[in-house]
Ligand binder design. Structure first.
Ligand code: CA
Length: 236
């Protein structure tokens, strides 16, 4: 049974979501408070977190960022709930490491479907990782990616990437030489059926570059292919 942490201060929404998830067989733990949600996430290590943006004290985006910075919680999928359909919130949420985003008011059925899709996806990623032991460490010149430990090294020095930066780097590195559009990457790495905001990709690529390229030189790992998208250099 998957355990879901729900952080939401509006009591009626909390009860509605809880009711629908429990009816589908999920175990639900909840808290109305951001800081408390962070604490519960670290203690309980739920399979998925549903996080409201507007919370008393610490808001959902801050909680999301904190979760990303903690190695024990950074792999837990996060779905952001927001009352505002504002682009900024959504982009910010995805930049902070959230995996999906739902705007209020939403139908409980849609939420349950998103939760299921997200959980299926993380199981699939685990399974893929578990099949080929020898494939878990990828060495490309000075860059080493250890997929099991979710670690990236350049010249033996460990680099801190967020979960999504890591997944994006792995995806490109495993398919080096091939060019991907932003939409393809959003679909493959974020799992969107209907890619909406390709700027998210640019932001993540920029962060990966800022973290890795001081060691390798600019443009040495990931190339921008003008008018198309990005590719991991074949000979890097
Ligand atoms: Ca709220």
């Amino acid at each position: 049974m998957s355990k879901i942490l729900l952080v939401e201060d509006e009591k009626n929404i909390l009860e509605l979501v809880r009711f629908n998830l429990e009816r589908e067989g999920f175990e639900v733990i909840s808290t109305p408070d951001g800081a408390c949600g962070l604490e519960v996430a670290r203690e309980e290590l739920p399979d998925l977190i549903i996080l409201d943006v507007m919370l008393p004290g610490m808001n959902g985006l801050e909680v999301c960022r904190e979760l990303q910075q903690d190695s024990s919680t950074r792999f837990i999928p996060v779905i952001i709930l927001s009352a505002r359909a504002e682009e900024l919130d959504r982009v910010l949420g995805l930049e902070m490491g959230a995996d999906d985003y739902i705007v209020k008011p939403f139908s409980p059925r849609e939420l349950v479907a998103r939760v299921r899709a997200r959980l299926r996806r993380s199981v699939r990623v685990e399974n893929q990782g578990g099949e080929k032991l020898t494939d878990k460490i990828l060495e490309i010149g000075r860059l080493v990616i250890d997929e099991e430990k979710h670690a990236v090294y350049i010249n033996g020095v460990k680099k801190d990437l967020t979960q999504k930066e890591f997944e994006l780097l792995c995806y490109l590195a495993r398919r080096r030489g091939k060019v991907f559009t932003r939409e393809q990457l959003l679909e493959e790495v974020w799992g969107y059926d209907n890619p909406v905001d390709s700027r998210t990709i640019d932001v993540h690529i920029r962060h990966i570059r800022q973290k890795l390229e001081p060691e390798t030189g600019a443009g040495e790992l990931i190339e921008t292919v003008r008018g198309v998208g990005y590719r991991f250099k074949e000979d890097s």
